[in-house]
Design a protein around this ligand. Sequence first.
Ligand code: FAD
Ligand code: NAD
Length: 466
Amino acid sequence: MSDKFQAVVIGGGPGGYVCAIRLAQLGLNTACIESRGSLGGTCLNIGCIPSKSLLNLSEEFSKVKNLSNKGIEVGDVKLNLPKMMKSKEKAVTVLTKGVEFLLKKNKVTYFKGTGSFKSKKEIIIRDDKNKETIIQAEKVIIATGSLPVSLPKIDFDEKIIVSSTGALNLEKVPQKMVVVGGGYIGLEMGSVWSRLGAEVHVVEFLDHITPGMDKEISQEFMKILKKQGIKFHLQHKVEKVTKNELGAVVSTSDKDGNKKDFECDVVLISVGRKPNTNGLNLEKIGVKIDEKNRIKTSKAFQTNLDNIYAIGDVISGPMLAHKAEDEGIAVAENIAGQSGHVNYDTIPGVIYTTPEVASIGKTEEQLKEKNIQYKIGKFSFMANSRAKAIDDAEGFVKILADEKTDKVLGAHLIGPHAGELIAEIGIAMEFGASSEDIARTCHAHPTFSEAVKEAALSVDKRAIHS
Ligand code: FAD
Ligand code: NAD
């Protein structure tokens, strides 16, 4: 007799493991299947965590080199890349082991192996020795995440032509790195290697970086990154990448058809990710996918088969860990008979560069497109006393509120700790707050959060410090 579970989650990333824990908390006998040999998915193993570790370490390296400008004399500052990589790996190991502990603590059965459907209620698990186990599942939640995409006829070797996975593991600092795609990965990993000494060129197809982000923030962001030494080539299309004995040549053409070759030792291709449904056998059981290979789901995360659900990067919506986690919780609650839901209007997006960039709700461009009348409140970190005190005052806070009701519709920040500051606005938006609610809330002094309060005051043209 094969083991029988009330719920089986395929994939142990932030969507899957969080879902499995919540299902177990709600009293369901739950299993979680993960193929990579360690839990935490893309996020903990080859995504959010290692990238944030390297962003932090490279920022510390770059800051220490410039401390003498602030009256702190340090000796020769040298990079020990293998040690830095070890520090990053330690962060990953501690966190992935932590997730394993959490599954055990919540009595979730963890299967190491690749899951695929035998039927809509039977899952085959194949381990790394090719041994098969079959388990029965009343409900199945697919949380198999996403994979990097490349460009036509360009394959990742993860040494010279790398995806984010290779870019997190380079053995030496490239002299010259070409980053194809000016989005989340390109700008975070481009920043890391630029701070560690590489000459970084970003080749972007569009006429601006970070598509989808509020245009004013995107422009300010590029200006700041340029000052840090990153070079941008907008409206450039990559035609081919040819490897040679020194590295690679990236051949591009611009919007007028002018050709330009970039010689480099490493090319990072960061032009997006695709949903991962590989090997699940979805065709056999008849689970429907859309034209972008995403599993189709209802608002309750149910697929076209009544006992099968899907969440995270493998369905539509932003490919973000916190979005996957919230969907994991919502689907678990729905399965347990509760009313789980995700508010897609308040999912923050953060780019962990220096300065950080954070965004929530509607952009100005989206409000214009929808013909919604709005007011803008803006406040520069140049006028924030904490930011000035520590000489970290680039960027601004921008709050968009409804013209008539003053309800906060969106907020866009570039500046110190923007990724933390956005949480306050997220809560305000969840409670349907007005900009005046934020403006009348007492914020500690001196803190960066006072810039949020001042931006809220500025919606009503009554900022005090500008
Ligand atoms: P995943 O994390 O991809 O997990 C899916 C898991 O399923 C994987 O571990 C995979 O091995 C497993 N799996 C697949 N198929 C099977 C199968 N058949 N059987 C068993 N297991 C299977 N997001 C943020 O919010 N913040 C960030 O700072 C951030 N930084 C990122 C940096 C990088 C470099 C990258 C690449 C991504 C980053 N992301 C970030 C995105 C984030 O990692 C994803 O949105 C998130 O991991 C999606 O979670 P998920 O659970 O849907 O899928
Ligand atoms: P992205 O969608 O963020 O950016 C891709 C960029 O590549 C865009 O600017 C796009 O215009 C450009 N592009 C597309 N095709 C191109 C081409 N042929 N030539 C040149 N440019 C081209 O994708 P990404 O950076 O690969 O990241 C994938 C996803 O991973 C992100 O969308 C995000 O959801 C997630 N992620 C999040 C974080 C974070 O939350 N801090 C960090 C890393 C990754």
